[in-house]
Ligand binder design. Structure first.
Ligand SMILES: [Zn+2]
Length: 268
């Protein structure tokens, strides 16, 4: 009960700052409060800190060199203000794992999965926010053709490196947290490796789904291919992919894949 109240207080404060900084929409604020409260309340301090690593680094990177990102960010749903759906796509699985770690899933397994989930969402955010700044065009994972910056399923060297750094940061914080709480004596060990491999694997899974079956729309006015349902103030038209497989669901599936890889490394 005490942890739940702490979680409510801490996540309200952070979400309010995110809302003030325009990193969160109004619905995104409530999504972040819900996710933060559950993760702190049921997971504890280290779980919450890992969520904060994602939230704070992601928000900071989305403000980084914003002018250069302008046009690309408008075409793709991932950057900029996060709404309720995105908060749940990024933190929903983590919250569920925190709750389940008290009921069905052994704590060690739940934490291994959580590490991979947080590493994936962080890797994916870093890859998007930094990869967009790549001087050379990304290439499609499927055809290896050049595609416009920000395209789902497009990969660049800069974006891939950023993904690895994003995953590594989650792993480092987890490793140091477990070290400080006396649960490990190593500063380089399984938590770090699990997050790195899980995050990179999850991020690739996100790109593959984005290149193949994620729903994409086209703007009737300017013709841009986008994952948004609106563009130029107009409703966009269906272009390709499964209609139910939007960016939020792709994030969720990629997180699950990253979690699976991480837990296999974390719990031998
Ligand atoms: Zn348009």
């Amino acid at each position: 009960m005490y942890l739940l109240l702490c979680g409510l207080g801490a996540s309200s404060l952070v979400a309010w700052l995110g809302y003030q900084k325009a990193s969160l929409s109004k619905s995104g604020f409530w999504g972040a409060v819900l996710v933060g409260t559950l993760i702190m309340g049921f997971g504890g301090a280290l779980w919450f800190i890992l969520l904060m690593v994602f939230f704070i680094s992601g928000s900071a990177l989305s403000h980084f060199q914003k002018e250069q990102k302008g046009e690309v960010a408008a075409n793709f749903a991932k950057t900029g203000k996060r709404d309720f759906g995105q908060a749940l796509a990024n933190g929903g699985l983590g919250s569920l794992l925190a709750v389940l770690s008290h009921i069905i899933i052994p704590l060690e397994v739940a934490f291994g999965l959580f590490l991979g989930v947080m590493a994936t969402v962080n890797a994916d955010t870093w890859a998007t926010e930094i990869g967009v700044l790549s001087k050379s065009n990304p290439r499609s994972l499927l055809s290896w053709d050049e595609v416009p910056p920000g395209t789902s399923g497009g990969v660049s060297l800069l974006g891939t490196g950023a993904a690895a750094m994003g995953a590594l940061l989650v792993g480092l914080v987890a490793q140091v947290g477990l070290f400080l709480s006396g649960e490990t004596t190593q500063l380089i060990g399984r938590p770090l490796v699990a997050a790195l491999l899980g995050g990179v694997a999850g991020c690739f899974c996100d790109s593959i789904l984005g290149a193949t079956c994620q729903v994409m729309f086209q703007c009737p006015l300017c013709g841009a291919e986008t994952e948004n349902r609106e563009h130029c103030g107009q409703k966009t038209l269906y272009y390709r992919g499964f209609k139910w497989l939007d960016n939020d669901i792709v994030n969720l599936l990629a997180s699950a894949a990253g979690g699976t890889v991480a837990v296999l490394v974390y719990c031998r």
